[in-house]
Ligand binder design. Structure first.
Ligand SMILES: Cc1cc2nc3c(=O)[nH]c(=O)nc-3n(C[C@H](O)[C@H](O)[C@H](O)COP(=O)(O)OP(=O)(O)OC[C@H]3O[C@@H](n4cnc5c(N)ncnc54)[C@H](O)[C@@H]3O)c2cc1C
Length: 474
């Protein structure tokens, strides 16, 4: 007997931020939604990404606070690390949030299938259920949100001391010596965490600088701070392989710069942090009308429509910034289309970026170099946190706010193009800058707004004010 497929307005494959974001937003608008997840709700972000990594970074922050407690008049003994507690704390946070997503699914009457989903003809998804058996769900529309997995590199197969973010985030100890291969955002967050917790950290980066996408002034602040943490930053080097020691005993990483002698580095753990690849492996797309690029990304247009009618793809599965909040934005974009609305495509060049290493980095819009490369004549202002009263109070004076604005015909600063920040809690301070960039506000308009005193955000306000040609403190 042929089993009839369950009917839904929307069927989603993947329960990460893209997938659950789409499910909640669609259900809140009254659509009848099913979602398929093969592992745990929350996806990479919640289980193996954003949330656990930030939980570890917070442990590192607490360590720094206790180590510097004496500066604030608090006598405390030198901190020691019990990372098993940090791991357990992280897992409690993760488990609680997974439960929260599950609860919201029930509350919004989203049908959850636990199993592997693959796309068949006529927007019908077949689910190999974890509990055994299969079920079919047909959607008026289908969203593919299967996310991504860590990339690996030749000669560094996962196992033993060779870890990707997946394994590192399950550690219950701080490895004494760590090599981080790849100096991007995720690599730098791990380097910062473990260096603050007392590990000897070396970053091995193939490009001439770490955090290559950042504004030069911002990246310099991070590099200086990393050097003070004794992080050894080796750029323009290529890793060629490693020689494991006895089981459980670490490994020796072989690397070198072009044209110079090969070098060896003894470490306990190697964190391979060289990006993530889209995970379309189990979606069954080979028999569908959905096109996958050579690099493995599902191809979509600016409205996240794939090459098969009624099938959309969002999040890390498509070639857009691999950020949880970009996945949410794409989820909303798709659902609005299903509701017959006419949403604007996501403006990928203006999304907010946040890196939670110490010091933190946050930005929206082009940096100075990129703005000039786009052909803009620019006016730039930058101001340091060391002159900000709140930064001095909290004892975090490293960093700056940099604003890049279009130059008006009379030479004055006009529309805000980019806001780039590095320093204390900047990931929490970007929203004003993000709004200014995306609202296409002018410097004069933003400078009208009052910032509370004393606050870190005053530096953003003062930087805008200084661009009007007048200023208070800067
Ligand atoms: C260490 C680390 C730190 C990060 N920090 C940040 C950060 O601070 N901020 C930020 O914005 N982003 C961060 N990211 C990136 C962020 O995690 C991803 O951009 C985000 O998770 C992508 O969401 P997604 O829904 O597209 O995919 P995913 O989160 O990868 O979820 C996809 C889900 O689909 C499921 N799935 C796959 N195939 C199938 C199938 N065939 N059937 C059923 N289920 C399937 C998977 O099991 C998974 O649960 C970080 C990533 C890492 C690794």
């Amino acid at each position: 007997m042929v089993q009839l497929a369950e009917q839904f307005d929307l069927v989603i494959i993947g329960g990460g931020p893209g997938g659950y974001g789409a499910a909640f937003y669609a259900a809140s608008a009254g659509l009848n939604v099913a979602i398929v997840e093969k592992d745990k709700l929350g996806g990479t972000c919640l289980n193996r990404g954003c949330i656990p990594a930030k939980s570890f970074l917070e442990t590192a922050a607490v360590y720094r606070h206790v180590a510097h407690a004496g500066d604030f008049g608090i006598e405390a003994s030198a901190p020691t690390v019990n990372f098993a507690v940090a791991q357990a704390r992280k897992q409690r946070i993760v488990d609680g949030l997974i439960k929260g997503i599950g609860g919201l699914m029930k509350a919004r009457k989203v049908t959850l299938y636990m199993g592997v989903g693959s796309l068949g003809p006529d927007r019908t998804v077949t689910v190999q259920l974890d509990e055994g058996g299969t079920v079919q769900a047909q959607g008026a529309a289908v969203i593919l949100a299967a996310g991504s997995v860590p990339r690996t590199i030749q000669n560094f197969d996962r196992g033993g001391p060779i870890m990707t973010s997946d394994e590192v985030l399950m550690l219950d100890y701080v490895p004494p010596r760590v090599a981080v291969i790849g100096g991007g955002a995720i690599g730098c967050e791990f380097a910062s965490t473990f260096a603050d917790l007392g590990a000897q950290v070396t970053i091995l980066e193939g490009l001439p600088k770490i955090l290559p996408g950042l504004d030069g002034d911002v990246a310099n602040v991070v590099v200086r701070s990393f050097k003070r943490k004794n992080i050894d930053i080796r750029t323009a080097v290529k890793v060629t392989g490693h020689s494991p020691h006895e089981p459980g005993g670490g490994t020796t990483v072989h690397f070198g710069a072009e044209g110079s002698q090969a070098e060896n580095l003894d470490v306990d753990v190697v964190i391979v942090s060289v990006g993530r690849r889209p995970y379309a492996d189990e979606l069954g797309l080979q028999n569908s009308g959905v096109t996958v690029s050579d690099r493995g990304f599902v191809q979509v247009d600016e409205f996240c429509r794939t090459t098969e009618a009624g099938v959309y793809a969002i999040g890390d599965l498509i070639d857009t910034p691999q950020l949880a909040h970009v996945g949410y934005a794409e989820a909303i974009l798709v659902v609005k289309q299903l509701l017959g609305e006419n949403p604007m495509p996501v403006m990928y060049d203006k999304v907010p970026w946040a890196i939670y290493c110490h010091p933190e980095v946050a930005f929206a819009g082009p940096d100075e170099e990129a703005a000039k490369a786009l052909g803009y004549d620019v006016v730039v202002a930058k101001h340091q946190y060391r002159g900000n009263s709140r930064a001095q109070i909290i004892g975090e004076i490293d960093g700056l706010v940099k604003v890049i604005a279009k130059k008006n015909a009379d030479g004055s600063a006009g529309q805000v193009l980019g806001v780039h920040m590095v320093g204390p809690w900047v990931t929490e301070q970007l929203s004003g800058g993000y709004l200014a960039v995306n609202w296409e506000a002018t410097v004069a308009e933003v400078a009208e707004f009052i910032q509370p005193h004393p606050s870190l955000t005053e530096l953003f306000g003062e930087t805008m004010l200084s661009l009007t040609g007048r200023s208070l403190n800067t």
